[in-house]
Design a protein around this ligand. Sequence first.
Ligand SMILES: [Ca+2]
Ligand SMILES: [Ca+2]
Ligand SMILES: [Ca+2]
Length: 842
Amino acid sequence: MRKTVLFLLPLLFLAACSRPAGDLRLNELEYFERQGVNVLVYSNTFSGGFNDEKNSGIEVIHHGVRTIQGGAIRLCNTPEQWDLVPQTTSRTVDPDAGTIEVALRYPDYDFDSRLVVSTEGPAFRIDVYLDKPLPDALVGEAGLNLELLPSQYWHKAYLMDGKPERFPRYSASLTTTRPNEEKVRQFKGYRTYDDRGTGRFVDPLPLSVGHTLLAAPDDPERMVKVCSEDADLMLYDGRILAQNGWFVLRSLLPAGKTGKVLSWTVEPNAVDGWVREPNVGFSQVGYLPSQPKVAVIELDKLDKPRAKAEVFRVREDGGTERVFSGPVKSWGDYFKYHYAKFDFSSVQEPGVYFLRYGDVRTNDFIIGEDVYDRITDATSDVWIPIHMNHMTVNEGYRIWHGEPFKEGYLQAPAHTDHFDLHSQGAIDTRYKGLELIPGLNVGGFFDAGDFDIETGSNISVVQNLVSDWERFKPMRDETFVSEEQRYVDLHRPDGVPDVLQYIEHGTLNLVAQAENIGHMAQTLSNSVLDNYHHLGDAAAITDGLHYDPRLKPYQKSADGRSSGTPDDMWAFTTRNPGLDLRAATMFAAASRALAGHNDDLSRRALKQSKRLMEEGTALMSRGQGGARGQARGFGNMSTNLQLYVSTGERHYLDDFVVQVWPALDRNVNSSISAALDAVPYMDASYRERLRPYVEEYKHYLDTLELQNPYGVPIGLGNWAGSGNVVSYGTTAATAGKYFPDIIGPEYALRAAGYLFGCHPYHNYSLVAAVGAARPKEVFYGNNRADFSFIPGNVAPGLLFRHPDHFENYDDWPFLWGQNEGTIAGNTGYLIFGAALQDLIGK
Ligand SMILES: [Ca+2]
Ligand SMILES: [Ca+2]
Ligand SMILES: [Ca+2]
């Protein structure tokens, strides 16, 4: 990718130099640009359903921050996730005319439209064309929408046709209700709302109506002017329906017309000569005295790199002194920005320091022998126990959540597609659709920012925790866990190592699945979308009463034990033999770890392990389970190794050995982790045979420094890549432990540096509450509506937006691809932390 970008740069730079200041121009990356303003037109398209749609359509990156997106024909005033989104059936860039045209289609309504975006000096124009008149069903519903990021506009002023107003900090605007028959269909017919039996849905009313909106005249970096020539321009507050809503500008499309039916001009203000402030990336957690210390400085391409940067020490009398000044070395361009590095490794004396690069003074950080000692404490003491399902979780004066899902789980009805990407086929258990499956409301961990038990993730969690336990024996005890009381109290030691209790808690649910269902469920999840997007106390998601379809909705039975509200969670039970085999492997591991702590559960886990292994293997060899089953585990070398460790049966090890060398020959990077995991169980000859592959792996690690300025694997998917960096760090630390003469600690430390602040966009630690001076402050946890975090969460981090923008909002928690942590990912981070501490001799 770097090559491509480098190739394009001279053109871009010429364009930048030759254009008259103030005019938007189409650039080689197919977006409109002027200094301080990028206008993207369907560089990122809508995809519907699970994907959060605040990332698509016409978007504006305004002085470095993506503050406007969602420019599209939409079918509601303030679209939510799960509302219909348009398919982009074509996108045509005409460099000569300087236009981008997109064709949009709503197949549910056989409705097509076209948007043509062109420039008018410093502004851009959106013209909407219809080749056929608007379908009757969408008259009064279809309109041109554009959304403004609330956290960048609240508290600021706006003028609608000259009348001054203020963007509200919190949503309290007017709404109305309309009959459900008028509600535009939602994705796949799902419903995000609960009408409480009224037969009516809520529709927001506008904050303001006019023809010209001037937003944020009081903030030149956010000021934008939007004019609608003919139709009314309406401003809505999308947060009134959903906390993740944005401010929405909207004009309805006219009925009965074809051709050009609507036109807007949008002029984002550009601050004269604006150049983005340098982002000085460094480890907020700090540095070991002896370790390499390299800050990565992210610079606007129009910025002139400075020759030097400095390190200052904070003295004990409160004063500061410069202790080092050194050269800043250019690394090169990577996507939108230019990067330079500042090596201050020679500063080694323990103390409190900060960096200065030109006018930028960073916050302070510590150099000391123990800076990495506490990097996983918040994850272990706070984040993980808060995600324990089926328990009340208390911390000091605060209840994080009560005991969720007391009514248990129903068999999901046959042939049900689920909004969280699961599906129930024909029922393959002894239960009928909507019949209670007993015993499942025990143990398990919430998946992420939501509250389901993803079986695959929970299997990974137990496996991760057992690895952590067996490799590092963490005896930390800061959590009181009583499965009997169904009660967890944070920061209250109870004499049992917490990791063992977490293994037990995960195993309890998974064993219950195997025992009561007969095999592993795909997921235990919400039955209705209206409670899937729940924010708040998990115990309040369902009413705790058994669902009785003979009662009316919201009615309770006379004995108070059941209700007619169909809110009970469902178990999606369609059998996946691959998942059963993964569970069998995990149960064997859990059985080992639990022996002596909970012998009964240890025996039950082993019993299920053997049964699922036998049944899963038989099903797989009969070709059942499909591609999904095949892909997961069976015959996988990691599974064979785990099975050998768990069972001691030699044939698993033989299978592993047969697989590992060809796998390493094919691709060292993807196989080295599994190969290293085997070292403790093999003889010295294995380690020697592995040596050349570790050397090859080191070569790969070194090439990372050429791929991007941060020298770690950076993902470009729609879920940002911290998880990859954590895995890379764990593998590098493990390789460094077994082959210290080949792999130094600098690679694992580089992963830590990236997680803790040395990364694009901003320099905050991606781990909640970790990184003493400046960790991130908002995350997509289940308390995201409060613009808060759950300590120890690891954010996915830097989300790539096509074609050249990395982003991690720290004032807006609601994009999961940037800010959500997962239970499997965060338990993986525990291992990384332990492996790093082990590597550096802690
Ligand atoms: Ca989930
Ligand atoms: Ca404990
Ligand atoms: Ca219920």
